[in-house]
Ligand binder design. Sequence first.
Ligand code: ATP
Ligand code: MG
Length: 253
Amino acid sequence: MIELSHIEKRFGDNVILKDINLVIPEGTVTALVGPSGGGKSTLLRCINLLEIPTAGTIRIGGEAITFAPDKRVAWQDIQKIRRQTGMVFQNFQLFPHQTAIGNVMEGLTTVLRWPQDKARARAVELLTKVGMAHKMDAWPSTLSGGQQQRVAIARALAPSPRVLLCDEPTSALDPELAAEVVDVLGKLASEGTTMVMATHDLRLASKIANNVVFLEAGNVVETGSSSSIFGAPSQERTRQFISTLNAGHSYDI
Ligand SMILES: Nc1ncnc2c1ncn2[C@@H]1O[C@H](COP(=O)(O)OP(=O)(O)OP(=O)(O)O)[C@@H](O)[C@H]1O
Ligand SMILES: [Mg+2]
């Protein structure tokens, strides 16, 4: 389980996240939705400690850290949380000087110090899962956006993180390529991968997410099951926002 308690994030005097309280059960997919600038990316970055919250507690599995404005967090403690997360970015961020399989193996061999053959076997397994085994020796620049994102998903999953964090995983992609990525994420969800994803993609969220969190101006306006938030939100503000989401893409998953 992932638990965020009273998470606050400030940049200078700007309070970007205000008293965020969320519980993310293992094996569930949570979609973060809301207007631009609402804090979705910042919240994801706080979960894997790319940003350090100014206050509050993050608990992932057996590890917990409590933050306070004047408290320095030990690097080892940051690593303990970060190692339980994998992150997928809007613009893929593959290492350009590594092949597809090299990208997936990199963290295993350098950070976790796995032997090459063990890392290679794990990378082949994951590239197969995301439908990219046939491109394992390709350079990122020769891959389509959808293919790059699928390699990035394999890379994020390589160390078996407890939670996969995805920041707008389909928003840089044409609908057809986005559908490939939605397919892969849907498959991971059906296998019980715990995910938290920020997305403007209504299809992605409504097809894959169990729970939806509507975040606006750093506040959780409403949370609920995907069917209740998309079907019958209780807040007028949520209703307004949902009606603006792009429902034009159609995916079969
Ligand atoms: N490093 C930073 N320094 C100062 N302000 C920041 C920083 N990172 C984010 N912010 C501010 O935090 C707010 C939330 O940004 P964030 O990127 O989390 O929003 P978002 O919900 O992901 O938006 P989008 O839908 O456009 O991706 C914005 O007002 C942004 O300007
Ligand atoms: Mg964002």
